[in-house]
Each structure stands twice: as C-alpha cells, then as structure tokens.
Design a protein around this ligand. Structure first.
Ligand code: FPP
Length: 235
C-alpha cells in the first residue's frame, strides 16, 4: 500500500477535494447553474495557489464524475466550455507557477479538442515540481477498480493478486494516497472519489459552497486534519 506520511509539520502531502455546491450557490443568487460553475472555476484557481503556498504537494480536484453526464445537456455543454476556456487560457499561468497538471479518468469520452489540449497541458507542465494538480475528469472510483481488474484479465495474471498489484494498476500509482479528503456544501459522502486510495484518508466536511471556498477555509481544513491522530488501524 502506498501510504503518504504527514510528518512535515502536519501539512498533508496530498489533499483531494470534492468541489460541491456550485449549483446551490447560483440558485441562491437566482443565476443559472453554469454561472455557479464559473464561480467554482475561479475558486479552484484561488485554491490551487493557496495549496501551493501552504506546501501541499499534490492537490486532486474532482472536476467531473462519471455520473455528471446525466445532467442536462446545457449544463454538460457549459462545463465542457469551461474546461476548454480553462485549458486554453490558464495553463500558461499554471506552468509559470510550477504546477504539474495531470488528468485522471476516462478523458476519451471528452470532445477531441479538449482531449488534445489536456494532453498538451500535461506535456507542457510535466517537468514542474512545485505542486501536482490532478484533475479527476469523467472519473469514478468504482470504474478505476474495474479498469484495474480488466487489466489483470488482459495480462492473464496468474497467482494471487495483492493490494500492491492492485495499487500499481490504479490511474495514478505514483501519487501518494490522499491524506485529507475535503467535501464542500454540506453533503457527508465522497461520491465515488478515490475509492481505493482513500481507504485511510481523513475526511473533512464543510457547509461552505465551493465558489466561496478560499485559503482561510483550506487552512481550517488543515487545522482540523493536523489535530487528528492517524493510526492506520493500529492501536
Ligand atoms: C459540483 O457542484 C460541481 C461540479 C459537478 C463541477 C465542478 C467544476 C468546477 C469547479 C469548475 C470547472 C473545472 C475546471 C477543471 C475548469 P454541483 O453542480 O453538484 O452543485 P449543487 O450540488 O449545489 O447542485
């Protein structure tokens, strides 16, 4: 098992976030949902900067789940438009900030142009090392495990399958397991995010809607995390 440690002054090495509440944020303001996602994108940019400032080495962001296709056509199109805008306009600044951008999930279901710019973004930033920003897109934790099992079948693996084998077949085996998983907007579940990797993660939930999440909120989450004792099942 890849376990990241929290021995650096209790700053988590890997933080994962379920960015929830864009729709409700917009509804409260009588605005269309896509405006909520736009505000969510701005919050995401601020939080990436804050995570880097705070010394978080890996930040994973649940940007589009395998279930999100079930949303209305206009909302899905709106989200695709935002991905396009973000990837075309913001990768330069991510690069200048020393961020290595990665995508995990079934990106193949996305429109060709988005796939291509995502690929270019990964290529462009691959040598950066200040922070890894992992966008989970068309990602589902169960799908990730199913994909791993299918790889075993293709490889005709004989003999016992270990946790180590399975871990190596996940989408980002080199990324340490998340130390801290955050979900905004008051829901108390992880909705298929880092199912395998999150086995020993600490959870933090806040009522704050994602567009209002900021550095102070991230610090609050880290403070809560820092006060916990992680025992990984030991006494
Ligand atoms: C959940 O809020 C959020 C999403 C499904 C999309 C997350 C997308 C972003 C933060 C913006 C763009 C990202 C990139 C990579 C450019 P919700 O719509 O489920 O909110 P609700 O529960 O209040 O309806």
């Amino acid at each position: 098992m890849v376990e990241s440690s929290d021995k650096r002054g209790n700053i988590p090495i890997h933080v994962g976030i379920v960015m929830d509440g864009n729709g409700r944020w917009a509804k409260r303001r009588f605005l269309p949902r896509v405006i909520g996602h736009q505000a969510g994108m701005k919050a995401m940019e601020r939080v990436i900067d804050s995570a880097k400032d705070l010394g978080i080495r890996y930040l994973s962001l649940y940007a589009f789940s395998t279930e999100n296709w079930k949303r209305s056509h206009s909302e899905v199109q709106g989200l695709m438009g935002l991905f396009r805008y973000y990837l075309k306009g913001k990768i330069d600044s991510m690069h200048r900030r020393g961020a290595k951008v990665r995508f995990v999930g079934h990106l193949d279901a996305f429109p060709d142009d988005i796939r291509e710019i995502a690929q270019m973004a990964m290529e462009r930033t691959k040598d950066n090392g200040d922070i890894d920003v992992i966008f989970c897109v068309n990602y589902g934790g169960r799908q990730e495990i199913v994909d791993a099992v299918n790889q075993l079948l293709v490889q005709k693996q004989v003999g016992p399958v270990t946790e180590e084998t399975m871990r190596g077949l996940m989408y980002a085996p080199d990324v340490p397991d998340p130390d801290l998983l955050i979900r905004t907007a008051g829901e108390l579940r992880m909705s298929n995010f880092w199912l395998w990797e999150g086995a020993y993660s600490e959870y933090y939930f806040t009522d704050v809607y994602w567009p209002d999440f900021n550095k102070a909120e991230l610090e609050r989450a880290i403070e809560s995390y820092a006060g916990r004792e992680r025992r990984y099942g030991t006494a």
